[in-house]
Design a protein around this ligand. Sequence first.
Ligand code: C2O
Ligand code: CU
Ligand code: CU
Length: 483
Amino acid sequence: AGPLKIRATAANFPILPGPKTPISSPFLLYQTEHAGKAYQNPILRIESGSRFTASLDNALPEPTIIHWHGLHTPAAMDGHPVNTIAPGGRYDYDFTVRNRGGTYWYHTHAHGLTAKQAYNGLASFFLVDDDDQRRLAKALDLRLGVTDLPLVIQDKQFDAQGKLRYQPNAQESMMGWLGDVVLANLTPNAVQTVTPRTYRLRLLNGSNARIYRLAFVTGKKRLNFTVIGTDGGLIERPESVTEAFLAPGERLDVLFDAGQAQIGTDIFLKSLAFDPMENEGPAMPGMAGMAGMEHGAGHGAPGVASSRLTLGVEFNVLKLSVTAGERIVAKLPATLSKVSAIPLQGATQRKIELSLENMRFLINGRTFVMDEIAFDVKRGAVEVWSISNPTLGMPHPMHIHGFSFQVLERLGSPAQVSSSARFGKGRTAGDLGWKDTVLVWPGETVRIAIDFTHDFPGDQTYLLHCHNLEHEDAGMMINFRVQ
Ligand code: C2O
Ligand code: CU
Ligand code: CU
């Protein structure tokens, strides 16, 4: 059928009106045509093992490039900012989808513009199918868009005219930009009608900087939900939980039985309150004297009570209205998939240290330089990275391009994390399976294993960066080269 033609462009995109907040806004969008139909920010869906071809046309007045988040591609296909295209330019993608089935995504990656462009709309899902996914869909009667719902969660600010606002000041650039309107699939106050049966929600945190502590609540009661997958597809067994953190860039695939509530009632997918751990105490080097510095506090006039949604406050993400329908009690499969542990004998140990200097977050003391390689990795090597975040600082969702990893251990976790850590070595349900992004809280060390086997010709350069997009754009990113 030829390559998929993708255009990055600006358009007036109506944000689907929720019950209370109708907004329409100029967005940056990916536009495609397929079989004579035009799509905006399409959900791409492809079979594992098949070839993906696309051409990106840049109709924006500034550089851009697409990165396929979570996919194992040759570096030239990865959307590294070195391959950014100028206005009017084109980039051709052609690669085999080597990943297992799962919920991946794509977004812009032009250095210094990633946060702004992704926030303005350049992002969507890249779903990969395989036998495990089909088996699950069949067993639970999951149909994409009906009972299998991709759900991107984002927070944005709008001005009085309903225009998207993105003007981070120095503090907001440093801490990350937060919105005060929470959107589920670009919909404020989103409502989904459900019947008393099991749904699959493919949750993607597509926010620039906001971390969510997700839970399903009806009245005062927290309901169970079942984690079935993480960033890189299905985990081994369904795991029942009542809450889960989701950091920018991460995905969490869950099953939720809407029959846990009475017909006629509402269930809310909420973000629960948590300690944001933005430990900007006076002892934090370079930040002394910035009292009152917190997410969003820089926006309102001084002394005016702010309605901003600061990090860690509770709010609703999505309302599920339970309507009459046949009660279907799903029998969850005992096993979902096989996740073989990466063999660790002979693994190379590597320290990845996060720090803050002169108001900039660094990785191993470095800030991003486009053509500088921070370290080399041997093709085929297994490495164990210990990513450590100092106590004074803030949470950083650390993301690796090109390779998925396994979380081995969390050390020094705050109580709000360790209270859900029932999977050994301090790990929570969201740490299971294959990951490409992991949240590292202040004071934590997270150990991950990566197998650098690949069959791409020659050296390949990939990125390690923080997925707080303001941090990434400010240079909390390094190149590593795999031989
Ligand atoms: Cu989704 Cu380099 O990131
Ligand atoms: Cu990525
Ligand atoms: Cu960060």
